[in-house]
Design a protein around this ligand. Structure first.
Ligand SMILES: NC(=O)c1ccc[n+]([C@@H]2O[C@H](COP(=O)([O-])OP(=O)(O)OC[C@H]3O[C@@H](n4cnc5c(N)ncnc54)[C@H](O)[C@@H]3O)[C@@H](O)[C@H]2O)c1
Ligand SMILES: [Zn+2]
Ligand SMILES: [Zn+2]
Length: 370
């Protein structure tokens, strides 16, 4: 069939919205009509080359839609089901899935390889060139073909925008606080970078009972907005936050510091370490340039203060557990998702949406489809 998609052919070129050819779903794949796609910063890492992806690529890895056709042997879904995508696949059979750590599913090893999870290509340009769907999803398209391992069934009455957000950013940020930083009641938590991921970490820290949630962001809009999502204090920079956290904790410093800026750099680790108490935890969630190897850290203090530095993929949680869980919290009024969608865009406005993200105009921008 023919569909329309946002395609990237060269690093830093604009996304090209064009008609592409989409093959029928193959065994263990589904065809999904896209209803909404979230604009996560990780697509920008693909766009600017700090994360190498196979080009050409259909962008987008946050999304939700309706199943409209099934490949052979699909028993998990029926036509008409609604799904949230998960760039983290979950096979259910590898040792990590069996241990309840689906964010580490072995299928993830293929995420940055060309083509589909099952091999081969379903996406082609008008001239017959094969196109890879980003992270095996490619949500910036009117239709998607994806593996059953990358889709989570959700309730049909959940609006598509919120469903798209829990597909990556919200689950990642919320879990960075609740699962990886292990926030408990009374904690002091610093969240550095309050876009879609960081604002969800603020919500997670608040939900876990943190006493002080310090939102750090150079953007005034993000700092002001953070107070509506559970932040108790704000700071422009980690340096400014250090004095504030010192005052709030009588010099003890934060139980955890969560790093969710647009791009992580090695120099951010030392100020995060200074913000964090002895025995405390620094969580690195944001994506760094893949070539980045050096980290600033006071190694002496790191050992002597018994501190932890933890990486965090997809909120250190299992998509099949957490996506339905967060959506049920949204339905119960316990998680703010509508409020996180600052602006919506058409597929043709994808470049405008990313320019707005980089200009800090959005907590999250969402592409909506008819
Ligand atoms: N680990 C994972 O599984 C995972 C999943 C999704 C996204 N990510 C990554 O998380 C990061 C955040 O994504 P997002 O979609 O929320 O991005 P975003 O662009 O929506 O928000 C980033 C925010 O960081 C702020 N910021 C930039 N530099 C800062 C600094 N030095 N100090 C404080 N704040 C700063 C910006 O003002 C902005 O508000 C990205 O690197 C993204 O690729 C990681
Ligand atoms: Zn993402
Ligand atoms: Zn697995």
């Amino acid at each position: 069939m023919k569909t329309r998609a946002a395609v990237l052919r060269e690093v830093n070129a604009p996304w090209s919205v064009e008609e592409i050819e989409l093959d029928d779903p193959q065994p263990r794949e589904i065809l999904v009509k896209t209803l909404a796609a979230g604009m996560c910063h990780s697509d920008e890492h693909a766009h600017n080359g700090s994360m190498t992806v196979p080009l050409p690529v259909v962008g987008g890895h946050e999304g939700a839609g309706e199943v409209i056709a099934l490949g052979e042997g699909v028993t998990e879904f029926e036509v008409g089901d609604h799904v949230a995508c998960s760039f983290i696949p979950s096979c259910g059979k590898c040792t990590w899935c069996a241990r309840g750590m689906q964010n580490l599913c072995d299928l993830g090893a293929h995420l940055l390889e060309p083509g589909m999870m099952a091999g081969g290509f379903r996406h082609h340009s008008g001239s017959g060139e094969d196109i890879t769907p980003l992270l095996k999803l490619g949500t910036f398209a009117e239709h998607m073909v994806l593996s059953v391992d990358s889709a989570i069934k959700i309730e049909k009455d959940i609006p598509a925008g919120p469903a798209a957000l829990v597909s990556c950013g919200v689950t990642t940020g919320y879990g960075s606080a609740v699962n990886r930083a292990d926030v408990t009641a009374g904690d002091t938590v610093v969240v550095v970078g309050c876009g879609g991921v960081g604002m969800s970490a603020v919500q997670g820290a608040h939900a876990a009972g943190a006493k002080n949630v310090i939102a750090v962001d150079p953007s005034e809009f993000k700092r002001e907005s953070s107070m509506n999502f559970g932040a108790t204090h704000t700071a422009v920079s980690m340096e400014e936050a250090t004095a504030l956290v010192g005052e709030l904790t009588m010099g003890v410093m934060a139980d955890s510091t969560i790093l969710t800026p647009g791009e992580l750099t090695g120099e951010m680790i030392l100020p995060a370490q200074f913000l964090t108490r002895k025995g405390g935890t620094v969580v690195a969630t944001a994506v760094a340039n893949e070539a980045s190897m050096d980290v600033s850290l006071n190694l002496f203090a790191f050992a002597m203060m018994n501190q932890e530095l933890k990486g965090c993929l997809f909120g250190s949680t299992s998509p099949r557990k957490e996506i339905p869980n967060l959506l049920s919290m949204y339905q119960a009024g316990q998680l703010k998702l509508d409020e996180m969608i600052t602006n919506t865009y058409t597929l043709d406005q994808v470049n405008e949406g990313y320019a707005d993200m980089m200009a800090n105009k959005n907590i999250r921008g969402v592409i909506t489809f008819d």
